[in-house]
Design a protein around this ligand. Structure first.
Ligand code: GDP
Length: 416
């Protein structure tokens, strides 16, 4: 049966995962879906183990795991993962997906560090001021160097990094991270299979000095970005509790001033749960984003703002067309304001055509959920649209708006 999805927007995170090809975007996404598949949705227990079986099946068949947007749940937060294409050829598509997400995780190969495509996507994310965190992956690999990778972020990406974790052990002996916010060690012992199976321990003796040094750097960097922290720090030193620090890191990340840096190995399942915690703690909800600005379809000069609220007139941006083997043509829409209802009539404000919304789905890793109506801030797949293309705005017939005024160059396809 179709359900209404009206979620408190504070618990929603629309995120993208961006990376140079081979850095581990797919593996990190799979692990996220694995961990979130065995967690709880608000009020209801998710049928968990199925996710892993399903992933194995998909891998055997070599099918891409994620749809253009995959919804999952982590600690009572709804995370919508928006697929950002990794190929430079699809720059326009990357740009379009960057517009519909609110925050991003950049995944780095711990050996290769910052690579050319990371630089391209990073620049595009700068253009839209997308708040970003960094995940230094593959720390289990020979030659992986967390600190060199962080230096490269500063040099090549001009990032103001905020190191939140230090690796414990290196290469095949990499076993976990020092959490500089909690000043604890999080260690994965043995082969991890299911759930939150890291152990929280005291910081190992041989890392205590380094941890103290990086904790000081963390607090100083935060103080420079945040007056509240600076004031207390100057008077009393580092007296911050975990909640205060987390709130300050969130403020600085949302303002696109700082990039929290975490690390691990997605492949070996070490570091992914703390990464999910950080997505919830530090990346924006749709309410943290400024109202979207569009224009009147009859007058490009006339600006219209839409707040992320169910009480506003409906507006949404079609950002991706996909073909589902079972459902046929699906158009992915980010709802910016108002409610999108199955069976309702909306207007495509770009070509002026009326469109009937057919079935609406929220896509999960291993299933899709039919939805009767969905509120602002959400991302769904819609069936039945006839004349809508990527970049088109759908809106309330009585309150039209065009959300995307920019035009994208056609992707450059190199012919060999
Ligand atoms: P993508 O191109 O960014 O999506 O990268 P993939 O997730 O497909 O990973 C590329 C390759 O790196 C695959 O062979 C993965 O198994 C491997 N890989 C991903 N994460 C890790 C990791 O943490 N450690 C190691 N050693 N290999 C990894």
């Amino acid at each position: 049966m179709a359900v209404d999805i009206t979620t408190d927007l504070n618990v929603v995170r629309n995120i993208g995962i961006m990376a140079h090809i081979d850095a581990g975007k797919t593996t990190t996404t799979e692990r996220i879906l694995f961990y979130t598949g065995i967690t709880y949705k608000i009020g209801e227990v998710h049928e968990g183990a199925a996710t892993m079986d399903w992933m194995e099946q998909e891998q055997e068949r070599g099918i891409t795991i994620t749809s253009a947007a995959t919804t999952c749940w982590w600690k009572k937060h709804q995370i919508n993962i928006i697929d950002t294409p990794g190929h430079v050829d699809f720059t326009a598509e990357v740009e379009r997906s960057l517009r519909v997400l609110d925050g991003a995780v950049a995944v780095f190969d711990g050996v290769a560090g910052v690579e050319p495509q990371t630089m391209t996507v990073w620049r595009q994310a700068n253009k839209y001021s997308v708040p970003r965190m960094c995940f230094v992956n593959k720390l289990d690999r020979t030659g992986a160097d967390f600190f060199r990778c962080v230096d490269m972020m500063v040099e090549r990406l001009n990032s103001t990094t905020l190191v939140l974790q230090l690796p414990i052990g290196a290469e095949s002996d990499f076993i976990g991270v020092v959490d500089l916010v909690e000043m604890k060690a999080k260690v994965w012992r043995g082969e991890t299979q299911m759930g939150e199976d890291y152990e929280v321990e005291e910081i190992p003796a041989d890392l205590q000095e380094q941890a103290a040094e990086y904790r000081e750097k963390l607090v100083e960097t935060l103080a420079e970005a945040d007056d509240e922290i600076m004031e207390v720090y100057l008077e009393e030193g580092d007296v911050f509790d975990v909640a205060t620090l987390k709130a300050a890191i969130r403020r600085a990340t949302l303002a696109d001033k700082l990039n929290p840096v975490l690390c691990g190995t997605a492949f070996k399942n070490k570091g992914v749960q703390p990464l999910l915690d950080a997505v919830v703690d530090y990346l924006p909800s749709p309410l943290d984003i400024d109202a979207i600005v569009g224009h009147d379809p009859r007058d490009e000069e006339k600006e219209i703002k839409r707040q992320p609220s169910d009480n506003e007139p409906f507006s949404g941006l079609a950002y991706k067309i996909a073909t589902d083997p079972h459902l046929g043509k699906l158009i992915y829409v980010r709802v910016y304001s108002g409610k999108l209802e199955a069976g309702s009539t909306v207007v495509n404000s770009v070509n002026g055509r009326k469109e009937r919304i057919g079935k609406v789905y929220q896509m999960h890793a291993n299933k899709r959920e039919e939805i009767a109506s969905v509120g602002a801030g959400q991302i769904v797949a819609v069936m039945g649209l006839k004349d809508t293309k990527t970049g088109h705005t759908l809106s309330d017939p009585n309150n039209q708006v065009v959300l995307e005024s920019m035009t994208f160059p056609a992707p450059v396809i190199e012919v060999a």
